[in-house]
Write a protein that binds this ligand. Structure first.
Ligand SMILES: Nc1ncnc2c1ncn2[C@@H]1O[C@H](COP(=O)(O)OP(=O)(O)OP(=O)(O)O)[C@@H](O)[C@H]1O
Length: 257
């Protein structure tokens, strides 16, 4: 079954953002922004540089506070919970950084062990080994276990970064520009991995990207962040077959350079 056939608009909201406002001084980044992430879907957020996509992610994981509005993640209202509750919630939300953020002085195995050693002190050594091996298998890179990040290609580093985020078995994945800087073939492999992760681990995900191929291949739904709000939410085809003026610049950016 294709990923995009799975969206159930009536399913549970794992992230609920309602009338969100965020400004820095006089500069309004988000204004009356509303967006839901439904359980099990991959939601693509498309937005030009500087429109507030990183601010959105920081608000979702509680690194920035909203000025007004509701932000609920896995049933918890972000600015009402204690710091301890926030830390516990962050373990259920995996954030895959744009630059993969691997530790250069650690092997692939050590990079993957790191979140487990810090957060899962209950796990035995054989359990840690087994989980690391399972995650490497999930991203198709079992053979790199003893390599250093500098020995990996950009695409492999992205995959290891995703494996390291997945290792705590988060319910929600936040992918920040997962295909940035990759060639089209490697980008396709990452898109496939995002769909495989959804399928295998039943994650719900927000994928932030400028890459329309990525949006088309992984997005059960697409939301465009335009002028401080999430405009135009719908399937890729609904948004991009309409000749929409706000969607057109993304087409131009991707295909007419
Ligand atoms: N802590 C901060 N203090 C002041 N301004 C900020 C802060 N964080 C973000 N901004 C501003 O908010 C706006 C949105 O930034 P953000 O990083 O979310 O953009 P983005 O959509 O992720 O861009 P890109 O695609 O280039 O990564 C920018 O104008 C940025 O300068």
């Amino acid at each position: 079954m294709l990923a995009k056939e799975r969206t159930d608009e009536h399913s549970e909201k794992v992230i609920e953002i309602k009338s969100l406002y965020k400004s820095f001084g006089d500069y309004d980044v988000l204004e009356d922004a509303t967006l839901n992430l439904y359980k099990g879907e991959n939601l693509v957020v498309l937005g030009k540089s500087g429109t507030g996509k990183s601010v959105l992610i920081k608000i979702i994981i509680g690194l920035l506070s909203p000025d007004a509005g509701l932000v609920k993640v896995l049933g918890q209202t972000i600015d009402e919970i204690s710091y301890a509750e926030l830390l516990a919630l962050r373990l259920r939300v995996g954030f895959s950084f744009q630059n993969s953020a691997l530790y250069d002085s650690m092997t692939v195995r050590e990079n993957l062990e790191f979140p487990l050693v810090r957060n899962r002190r209950d796990m035995t050594r054989p359990e840690v080994n087994e989980t690391v091996e399972e995650m490497l298998d999930a991203v198709g890179l079992s053979q790199t276990i003893n390599q250093m990040p500098s020995e990996l290609s950009g695409g492999q580093r992205k995959r290891i970064g995703i494996a390291r985020t997945l290792i705590l078995k988060p319910e929600i994945m936040l992918y920040d520009e997962p295909t940035a800087g990759l060639d089209p073939i490697t980008s396709k492999e990452i898109n496939k991995l995002i769909n495989d992760v959804q399928e295998r681990y039943h994650t719900s995900a927000i994928v932030i990207t400028h890459d329309l191929t990525c949006a088309k291949e992984v997005g059960n739904r697409v939301a465009m962040l335009v002028e401080r709000r999430f405009e135009r939410q719908g399937s890729f085809d609904e948004i991009f077959s309409s000749g929409d003026k706000q969607a057109q610049p993304f087409f131009d950016y991707n295909f007419i350079q």
